[in-house]
Design a protein around this ligand. Sequence first.
Ligand SMILES: NC(=O)c1ccc[n+]([C@@H]2O[C@H](COP(=O)([O-])OP(=O)(O)OC[C@H]3O[C@@H](n4cnc5c(N)ncnc54)[C@H](OP(=O)(O)O)[C@@H]3O)[C@@H](O)[C@H]2O)c1
Length: 309
Amino acid sequence: MKRVQYDRYGGPEVMAIAECDLPPLRDDEVRVATRAAAINPFDWKLRRGAMRLVTGRRFPRAMGTDFAGIVEATGAAVRHVQAGDAVFGSIDFKKSGAFAETIIVNAAHLAAKPSRLSFGEAASLPIAAMTAWVALLDKAQVGAGTRILIHGCAGAVGAFASQLAVAHGAEVTGTCGPDSIDTARAAGVTSILAYSDVKAAIPGARFDAVFDTIGTLDAGVGLAMLAPKGVFIDINPTPARMLRGFLSRRYRLAFANAGLKHLPAIARLAQEGALRPNVGREAPFSEALTAITEAETGPRRAGKTVLVF
Ligand SMILES: NC(=O)c1ccc[n+]([C@@H]2O[C@H](COP(=O)([O-])OP(=O)(O)OC[C@H]3O[C@@H](n4cnc5c(N)ncnc54)[C@H](OP(=O)(O)O)[C@@H]3O)[C@@H](O)[C@H]2O)c1
């Protein structure tokens, strides 16, 4: 089968589509015929070596984490899915390999695909929706009446965070770029600020939670906008932001992989229409290298880029 892989850390030039043999299926694994795989910023950050302490120095490394497809076979210990089921999920990033015609994935990393979603829409959910869930519901415990600022409310994580916050009865203020206002409105955000207006909002602002989805809000600025028991949530930690943030008990980090256990609940909310993926472009797998490169380095476009098989 064919997959996208790279033989050293680096930019788009290190990627190639190559033939690869599948290893035997273990008891706790599922083999999936891929129908769609979504491109996340995390994928090219891994390829550039951002997590090399964890991902190591063994090459070639497969690329891609989020997928949707049809189960071909299950290991002896797998109970919740069977051959023929439509599923979606996120491969452990240490292994990766969703940009491939066939995927072998741990059974805990997938769930039944919401039937109302296309394969491309389902593949767009995992990392972004799991991150939004962990940030909003696990870390900030957003509920009815919570006042939350979502900085970057129209990106993949930001739009799911906005939808989740609205679904839980929160009062959502969002920032976004001028070309993303329609996307922000579609995510349910009614109070929309330009990025440049954030600082001006501080004197009057008292949010129960500030969620920076982009990593451009100064942690001090974010913390200054909080109500006394409010929390600032970061998903793009840098040493400087962490240092600033760790001076405050109200600074929290959120990571996608902590949200794996929420995949079935995410599927339920998507089935009910509360979570609505936004696919901007579908590209055939044969054009994967161009599509990944354009998502990474090209002009920003609304919605997620998805590879279809
Ligand atoms: N901690 C974790 O586990 C975790 C999980 C998922 C994502 N992340 C990180 O969170 C960030 C957002 O991820 P995402 O999937 O939501 O990305 P995305 O879909 O590309 O959205 C990012 C949004 O940020 C805004 N933006 C502002 N300045 C930007 C710039 N210079 N370049 C790109 N976008 C810019 C854009 O909205 P406007 O057009 O409205 O400005 C864009 O839609 C990424 O850095 C990603 O690596 C972390």
